[in-house]
Design a binder for this molecule. Structure first.
Ligand SMILES: C[S@@+](CC[C@H](N)C(=O)[O-])C[C@H]1O[C@@H](n2cnc3c(N)ncnc32)[C@H](O)[C@@H]1O
Length: 151
């Protein structure tokens, strides 16, 4: 059973940032709805959405972090040409995100429903840097989906 809380994970990351003397790291614990209050226009170079709740029920589509309502918020803080990256173990959520890209004529740069099937084709960091949940899911042998696009 997973007992490490979100606060603990943030503490671990913060400790590592301090110990490694990283000057460009910050942790913000908030709802995504407030992203525009956290960053100025054009302040963000790239966005990584890693293993968010896929909100599988149709009635919860508006809660999915890749729906157009959130993309429009990301647009307000992301530099022009900055990419959104998504990693998820949930293929229906990955498919939903690709549909949003297609329906809204966004520019898809990369898409795979099995990132680890072709290690070597992409930047090494994509498969060597793993978040807490990526470790959990990939250790269990789940396929990891990856998507990169310009909004
Ligand atoms: C399965 S965890 C993944 C945690 C981490 N990103 C990782 O890859 O290890 C899903 C996270 O998404 C966060 N989340 C889901 N919906 C959110 C929202 N609307 N605003 C902010 N965070 C949200 C949850 O609180 C949770 O921490």
């Amino acid at each position: 059973m997973e007992l490490i809380s979100k606060g603990n994970r943030i503490w671990t990351g913060a400790r590592e940032a301090v110990d490694s003397k990283m000057g460009n790291v910050a942790f913000v614990r908030t709802r995504i709805d407030f992203i525009e209050a956290c960053f100025a226009k054009d302040e963000v170079s790239e966005i990584w959405i890693t293993f968010p709740d896929p909100q599988p029920q149709k009635t919860r589509e508006r809660k999915r972090l890749t729906n157009m309502m959130f993309i429009n918020r990301y647009r307000n803080v992301l530099k022009k040409g900055g990419a959104v990256n998504l990693k998820t173990d949930n293929e229906p959520f990955y498919d939903f995100s690709r549909e949003v890209i297609k329906e809204n004529n966004l520019q898809e740069l990369d898409a795979t429903n099995d990132l680890y099937a072709n290690v070597g084709l992409r930047d090494e960091a994509l498969t060597t840097i793993k978040t807490h949940y990526e470790k959990l899911f990939s250790d269990k042998g789940f396929k990891i989906c990856y998507l990169k696009y310009i909004i």
